[in-house]
Design a protein around this ligand. Structure first.
Ligand code: SAM
Length: 310
């Protein structure tokens, strides 16, 4: 695949969705960031197979593991190991190959490289060398869990793994307790009981949450409950502590406004001299938690009781 791009864009006739490439980019080969299955091998996309089969080198977190994946579809790529302990030395070598016009596919053991996995440094170095970086999307446990969790998906935060040590974990959770967006966490099977107990203690046992375990595999489990219920369930059933786990936690109810404690009448007193009744009612409702219709009626009554109102 020397110096050549695999996927000319159907849309504009240029390469892989790029509308133009700089001179450095056209001399460079591509770095393909390839997602691999998180359990079910059928989730490896056709496009990922083609890239892995034709790249000049496949940079893999664990070459034996990826070698087995490649062997399932009869692919014999040159495998180069790239993990957190050799990244510093390996990244310049791989970038050198990209600059010489070769293509490199980056994979991790499972899911999307760089997401709680190695890859970030190579991606940055490829950009800095002026090479193109092309995602080949596919599985990621975080997004798979989120999609099936039944927790709000319009805004979410990915926190990766919580700290392993109890004190640091609780501190982190305290910092996250008022986060209003859905929270996605990776957790290991041997810490799941302690993590759920801490989550229930810090976020409150009533907080909605989903445990997604062994996604795409034989014992796939997706359970939506509250943190208190999940903690009790996992504590009571050792099978629920096996395998790989993602926690998806509903966000905190909106943090109380700094004006919490203000009454509706007090808010309207302050707002009506400045704003028309509908606007004052809307702001007062937001500040006090009152229903907007009630706030509007109170605003009208307030005004008619005030002879100075215009
Ligand atoms: N890069 C990967 C991705 O995109 O999903 C994540 C790698 S991270 C080292 C591994 C963690 O992802 C596991 O500890 C678990 O929390 C989660 N995970 C991976 N595969 C999973 C699966 N099949 N079901 C549930 N969680 C999974």
């Amino acid at each position: 695949m020397h110096g050549r791009d695999l996927f000319p864009s159907e849309r504009d006739g240029t390469v892989a969705g790029m509308s133009a490439s700089s001179p450095a980019e056209s001399a460079c080969g591509c770095l393909y960031v390839v997602a691999t299955p998180i359990g079910n091998l059928a989730d490896l996309s056709e496009r990922a197979r083609t890239v892995l089969a034709t790249a000049d080198a496949v940079a893999a977190e664990d070459t034996r593991y990826t070698g087995r994946l490649l062997a399932t579809f009869d692919c014999r790529a040159e495998l180069v190991s790239l993990h957190e302990h050799n990244e510093q030395a390996r990244v310049p070598v791989l970038v050198g190959r990209l600059q010489a016009g070769e293509s490199v596919a980056l994979v991790s053991d499972a899911g999307t490289p760089g997401v709680s996995d190695p890859g970030y440094r190579l991606v940055v170095a490829a950009h800095e060398a002026g090479c193109r970086v092309v995602p080949i999307p596919g599985a990621s446990a975080a997004v798979a869990a989120l999609s099936a969790a039944g927790q709000p998906t319009d805004r979410f935060v990915f926190e990766g793994f919580l700290p392993a040590r109890a004190k640091a974990r609780r501190e982190r959770l305290k910092a996250l307790a008022t986060e209003a967006r859905t929270l996605v966490l990776y957790e290991s099977s041997h810490r799941i009981v302690a993590a759920l107990a801490d989550l229930a203690a810090v976020f409150g046992p009533q907080r909605p949450a989903t445990l997604a375990r062994e996604l795409t595999k034989a014992f796939e489990t997706v359970r939506r409950a509250t943190l208190g219920e999940l903690a009790a369930w996992v504590d009571a059933d050792p099978n629920q502590r096996r395998g790989e786990i993602v926690l998806v936690i509903g966000g905190a109810s909106e943090a109380p406004a700094s004006g919490a404690g203000i009454t509706l009448a007090g808010a309207l007193d302050a707002l009506l001299p400045e704003l028309p009744p509908a606007r004052a009612a809307a702001v007062a409702a937001r500040l006090t938690g009152a229903r907007r219709r009630d706030a509007y009626q109170a605003a009208l009554a307030h005004r008619s009781a005030d002879p100075d109102a215009d």
